[in-house]
Design a protein around this ligand. Structure first.
Ligand code: FES
Length: 109
């Protein structure tokens, strides 16, 4: 199996985003990863969805590994920035981060 460079997980559950906008984001993510040529090769990204990431407010919530960077609330515009700036170019979208793995708990958005 070709290795992945990063893994993004989007919550598609109904507690952090009662209108479940995470579902549309997950579909948008597939298109963006293809557009940015991130499905294969050294920058390859794994895309996953989950019914809950344990935050359950202020979503939709997304997390990117291996950096352990948590984003919320993720809009379609922010998702595009995450894909281009973080997943493709390796620059965290700092102003949209509410938690980083290992930094302790920070306030939810
Ligand atoms: S339902 Fe989205 S984090 Fe729990």
């Amino acid at each position: 199996m070709e290795p992945y460079r990063r893994h993004i997980v989007i919550c598609t559950g109904g507690y952090c985003a009662p209108d479940r906008t995470g579902r549309a984001l997950y579909a948008q993510l597939a298109r963006l990863l293809q557009r940015e040529d991130l499905l294969f090769g050294p920058q390859r990204v794994k895309r996953s969805e989950t019914p809950c990431l344990g935050v359950c407010a202020g979503g939709p919530v997304a997390v990117v590994y291996p950096e352990g960077v948590w984003y919320a609330p993720v809009t379609p515009a922010l998702l595009e920035r995450i894909v281009v700036e973080h997943l493709r170019d390796g620059r965290v979208v700092t102003e949209a981060v509410f938690h980083r793995l290992g930094d302790g708990v920070t306030p939810a958005p």
